[in-house]
Design a protein around this ligand. Sequence first.
Ligand code: NAP
Ligand code: ZN
Length: 353
Amino acid sequence: MYQAKAYSVTSASSPFAAATIMRRETTERDVQIEILYCGICHSDLHTARDEWSSVMPTTYPCVPGHEIVGRVTKVGSEVSQFKSGDLVGVGCMVDSDHVCPTCQDHQEQFCHSATFTYNSPDKHGTAPVTYGGYSESIVVDERFVLAVPANLDLAGVAPLLCAGITTYSPMRRWGDLNGKKVGVVGLGGLGHMGVKFARAFGAHVVVFTTSPGKKEDALRLGAHEVIVSTNPAEMQQHAGTFNFILDTIAADHDINAYINMLGLDGNITLVGAPDAPLQVSAFALLFGRKSLSGSLIGGIKETREMLDFCGRHNITSDVEIIPVQQINAAYERLVKSDVKYRFSIDMASLKSE
Ligand code: NAP
Ligand code: ZN
């Protein structure tokens, strides 16, 4: 084991502070990565503050971060895909059982033994739980390490590892979006990636936002139209017209208002994960045979496909680059829906701690 610098919280109410964590030595299949950038996902905040305590309680100390890009510094003797110096990414998972039907089907995110990048029992016993990317380095099984397209800006690539795949996967699963009317609810980290992908897939893209000030950005990011969801008249104009809606809202909200936006056989997929249950009106679904689904990140094979797609179409996240010392301030802005459109931590800033 070796010591690595990190930023952690020690309770649901404590701020982030510099800490030292243990990482395992690289085993045969492992890749050691010097972390260059790590995105801040709203899931990091839910976890750091134990907002998901009823489903996934947080073990402290907690080091979040699952939008990791970095440079390979060491590889184990059996690693075949990577070598020192390669630029790579790590997303929300670092291991799974590799043998169950979902793993065989390349959907490791649903493996009952999946190890998530942070706050998951650490199978290697290095620590009680896994520690994520708010750190100078990480050691990961090569099967969960992803090559990063060389033509893309690294700070903007980091968020693709969660916000990117989480929005890409349900849209791909829905089918061919070309010419379809697609809504993206919430223009945050996930939402702005959803807009970019929906546009790249040829959809007519409409953003639902509670922030009128984001209207111009939504159009710049690729939306054809923007609806301020707090304005009933604007909502009414579009009622019953959408084929597919992706809901990325991180807090409690009236989902029926968005189900009512769907046309016949329309689908709304939830990727946002508010801590409290949502109230769904049966009638909103019955009339129009509408469906409500959920989606969780994506498998490793699909994440590779997404990264290739981004490389070909020059898609990255719009980021505000911050030093680790500003994580607490960034979290406060995240709660206020005030981020354009993802914070990406420049991990070189950890060197001075
Ligand atoms: P984010 O950057 O904070 O964006 C969320 C956006 O939702 C905000 O920018 C805001 O957009 C809107 N919003 C926030 N509070 C709202 C409210 N009370 N009512 C209506 N709209 C509201 O968060 P994120 O990182 O994109 O994550 C979004 C959610 O997805 C989180 O719950 C996160 O845990 C979850 N998530 C799920 C997965 C998965 O695999 N399913 C993966 C990653 C994250 P406007 O200002 O435009 O209204
Ligand atoms: Zn995430």
